[in-house]
Each structure stands twice: as C-alpha cells, then as structure tokens.
Design a protein around this ligand. Structure first.
Ligand code: SF4
Length: 137
C-alpha cells in the first residue's frame, strides 16, 4: 500500500515542501507540495529526483576511513569518536578560529555552531547579508 508523507527537502536553505509516496519502505514518487506555506508548489529537480540518490546502488551507507591509499568501512561509533577527538584536539591546541568547513547541507550548521561558537555565526551572517543585499535593493 502506498502512503503519502508530507515533508521537506533539506538539500538547500529553501526547504521546499514535498509530498513523498512510499511503498514497502521505498520511495515511489516525489512531488512538490502545493500547500506548503513557503514553497507553494515549487521544488527543483534535485528535490523531486532525490529517490534516485536514496535508492542508488552506488550510495555509500557506512562511514569510510582512509587508510593509506585504501578506504575502509568503519562503524558510526568509531567515525564519530575519531572525528570528535580530532576536532577537540584542534580546538584545544589551536583555538576555535583554526578550522573551517564547507557545508552543502543546512543541517551541518546545527552541529558546527556549538564547536565554532560566536565567530562562526557572525561570519555566516556576514556572508548571507553580502549575498542577499543586491537582490533586496
Ligand atoms: S527542492 Fe531544490 S530548491 Fe528546494 S530545498 Fe531542495 S534543493 Fe533546494
């Protein structure tokens, strides 16, 4: 039986509303949500074709660790512990201004903000204002 879930795309800051048909835990269709209060029936091709990524046989579903010239699958616990230890070491030894990220997913900010603190928020706000300013003139 197909069930329709109302959700949103998190690939970029627009958070377009989506209707997703699911059957047997598999996405069978994605449409823009005409009733979404902000996107009002709009979603770009990345959002409405996301099932091709979700169900791709090439999708990496486990953390990968580079060991020499090889990649090894590791557990999520190991990956998160090693990353947290390295980030804590960088912050301890060099301060919060000695690291940077390039994020394509808005959710990354949720995790990055507590680590980098006020300077990150200030910097991000400056970029957002700079980019948006010409469009609002
Ligand atoms: S559907 Fe496209 S424009 Fe909308 S949030 Fe996703 S990636 Fe962004």
């Amino acid at each position: 039986m197909v069930t329709t879930k109302r959700t949103f795309c998190s690939l970029c800051e627009s958070f377009c509303g989506l209707e997703v048909d699911v059957e047997n835990n598999t996405i069978v269709d994605i449409r823009p949500d005409n009733d979404h209060v902000v996107s009002q029936g709009y979603a770009c091709v990345k959002g409405i074709k996301f099932d091709s990524v979700q169900h791709s046989p090439d999708r990496i579903t486990e953390p990968q660790k580079r060991v020499g010239n090889e990649w090894q699958s590791i557990s999520w616990d190991q990956a998160l512990t090693e990353i947290a230890d390295k980030m804590a070491g960088l912050k301890r030894d060099h301060g919060r201004n000695r690291s940077a990220t390039l994020w394509e997913l808005p959710v990354v900010r949720t995790y990055w903000h507590p680590y980098s603190g006020v300077n990150f928020t200030k910097h991000w706000a400056q970029i957002a204002c700079t980019v948006q300013a010409p469009a609002t003139l």
